[in-house]
Design a protein around this ligand. Structure first.
Ligand code: 13P
Length: 242
């Protein structure tokens, strides 16, 4: 399996900044083979980024979508529209959507089902909060997020990408140790019983990507802050390439 390196820009980069970032990134990774590189800009930048990368190795993803295909849902975005802009991937259940926007496992399940139906590859995020970790509930929480999120689609889980993002490690500079991350990845792998790619996310940077990617059950990384600078994201893409 090719390592997957995904950059989630979150609510950063206006159209002009997005163009410039992706153009620089393309130059820095144009010779890189054997990596699946996914760029996940804000909705408003998708058409611009799409136009620049369409003929390259870079792939496009969106940060969220609604669970219906169209209709009276003011302010929401249909996965079908995202596909038309060239998106192949969509992030579902990111912790910022769960914890800030109040997304439930039930909503996430509906979105995962719709993405499957319309042919978008979900990057399905799970992960425990600091408090849950301190209470020793990591496996219990992830188990619930997986069983409720994947209800009715367990047999299709190989068509998704999983992302383990411990909430306490996101944007905090605190990375899970490679052993901690690998332990949870093993747990998720055993629980899924299918060959699904599992990414690690949470303060991934050039300094820690090599040791994270050296873990057997870590198939790639989902990068936030460090994907906003072309040099640092390119260095992450190029991990272990001399
Ligand atoms: P940071 O890399 O900024 O911690 O963000 C991780 C993340 O949430 C990616 O989806």
């Amino acid at each position: 399996m090719e390592p997957i390196i995904a950059g989630n820009w979150k609510m950063n980069k206006d159209p002009a900044e997005s163009r410039s970032l992706v153009q620089k990134l393309l130059e820095l990774v144009s010779d890189v083979k054997e990596r699946a590189i996914i760029i996940i800009p804000p909705f408003t930048s998708l058409p611009y980024v799409s136009e620049i990368i369409w003929n390259s190795r870079l792939r496009l993803g969106a940060q969220n979508m609604h669970w219906t295909r169209q209709g009276a849902f003011t302010g929401e975005i249909s996965g079908l529209f995202l596909k038309q802009l060239g998106c192949e991937y969509v992030v579902i259940g990111h912790s910022e959507r769960r914890h800030i926007m109040g997304e439930t496992d039930e909503v996430i399940n509906k979105k995962l089902k719709t993405a499957l139906e319309i042919g978008l590859i979900s990057i399905f995020c799970v992960g425990e909060t600091e408090q849950e970790k301190q209470n020793g509930q990591t496996e219990e929480v992830i188990s619930r997020q997986l069983s409720q999120g994947l209800q009715g689609i367990e047999n299709e889980v190989h068509k998704l990408i999983l992302a383990y993002e411990p909430v306490w490690a996101i944007g905090t500079g605190k990375t899970a140790t490679p052993e901690q991350a690998a332990q949870v990845h093993r747990f998720i792998r055993a629980r899924l019983k299918k060959n699904t790619a599992i990414l690690y996310g949470g303060s991934v940077k050039p300094e820690n990507v090599d040791v994270l990617m050296a873990q057997q059950d870590i198939d790639g990384v989902l990068v936030g802050g460090a994907s906003l600078k072309p040099e640092s994201f390119a260095r992450i893409v190029r991990f272990s390439i001399p």
